[in-house]
Design a protein. Structure first.
Lengths: 263, 103
């Protein structure tokens, strides 16, 4: 059964290199963001090696930031566990969503290794691809993005101010641009999705300004807003039984290009 | 307070993060039947990615205006079918160019 997921299959090889291709802009964005993270790690007293190690394994921006802050404050081991869980709770939701796009036959080992690299960006580019989620696509992304994330944060410890403010400001929006490219196109065909994206922007802005909520971490606000808004949308506009593959209904040039690339 | 080991801290950070990622991916092995849960998970990526994007994008740049312009141009580019890389590059270019005048 697991043979169909072997790299000997040309489909999987193509998916891997597809992942590497998609991973290039992710890696560039990571490198810049990780740089800033390294500055925080340095403040917490971590060496470049320790920071690079933490980044290579954790692959989480907000989660690592919270962790480094806890290290700086000499927090208890229990505190750092709880803080990391709160900051990263959205990964649990992403894992649930991705599980629904994964073949029931995908062996445990593949699931466990994909989970190592389940980041916002990997989720963003994988979740709306047509067909079942291919683990090799994820491996391709991780192969190029994880080293960039790790190296960027380690370099941030060594020389946090090496990148000029103009460039770091410009490159800091690369990741958001990728998110926009994922959530906007399906809204052309689906008014509910378009409205939901607009509503999410609005609520996220209000939550960031509201009393109490604004004091939470951004990661916690994402979790709460996702639970509330996706629940409302699910109650008000439940999906039809046959709609389980939104990406296949999307005929934007980008999706076509991806499909051609996979063929 | 005794000295705590940085490597233990790092291990715990990794462990907590990995747990959140691996539990749903390994335990949910079948398509869920419940219509509410299926609908909820269908809408989840849109809300999650949208709330992560805004207002964070206007807080990441040197002035909120350049981040706001990047958001607007990014939405237009994505609407007209530009791909992931093109939209990301558009956002970066808009911030760089607009900050020549705004900052």
């Amino acid at each position: 059964m697991s043979g169909e997921y072997s790299l000997k299959h040309s489909v999987n090889r193509a998916a891997f290199f597809d992942g590497v291709k998609v991973g290039v802009p992710i890696a560039l964005g990571y490198f810049v963001v990780a740089f800033a993270l390294g500055v925080q790690a340095k403040a917490a007293g971590l060496t470049a090696f320790q920071c690079g190690l933490a980044s290579l394994f954790c692959l989480a921006s907000a989660g690592e930031y919270v962790g480094f802050t806890a290290i700086m404050e000499h927090a208890s081991y229990l505190t750092i566990i709880l803080a990391t869980i709160v900051a990263n709770a959205r990964y649990f939701l992403m894992g649930c969503a991705l599980s629904q796009r994964t073949s029931p036959n995908l062996p445990l080992g593949y699931r466990a290794t994909v989970a190592l690299g389940l980041t916002d960006e990997l989720f963003g580019v994988s979740i709306l691809r047509p067909g079942f989620f291919n683990p090799w696509f994820a491996y391709g992304i991780i192969a190029i993005a994880a080293p960039a994330w790790s190296a960027g944060s380690a370099l941030g410890v060594v020389g946090g101010t090496a990148l000029s403010p103009q460039w770091s400001s410009a490159l800091s929006v690369a990741l958001f641009g990728m998110f926009i490219a994922v959530i906007v196109p399906p809204g052309r065909k689906n008014k509910v999705v378009a409205s939901l994206v607009a509503l999410s922007f609005l609520c996220s802005y209000l939550a960031a300004r509201a009393p109490i909520l604004s004091e939470w971490s951004a990661g916690s606000r994402v979790v709460v807003l996702t639970l509330v808004l996706a629940s409302i949308a699910a109650i008000a506009f439940p999906i039809a039984d046959d709609v389980d593959d939104p990406a296949q209904k999307d005929d934007s040039p980008q999706k076509k290009e991806q499909e051609n690339g996979r063929a | 307070m005794g000295e705590r080991n940085v490597y233990v801290y790092i291990f715990l950070m990794w462990f907590a993060t990995y747990l959140l990622r691996v539990v749903p991916l390994t335990l949910i092995r079948k398509p869920l039947k419940n219509r509410f849960i299926r609908s909820f998970l269908y809408y989840t990526p849109y809300v999650t990615l949208a709330t992560m994007t805004f207002p964070a994008i206007v807080e990441a740049t040197r002035t909120p205006w350049s981040g706001g312009l990047a958001l607007a141009f990014g939405i237009v580019a994505a609407w007209f079918g530009w791909n992931l890389f093109q939209v990301a590059a558009t956002c970066c270019a808009v911030v760089f160019l607009s900050e020549l005048f705004l900052v």
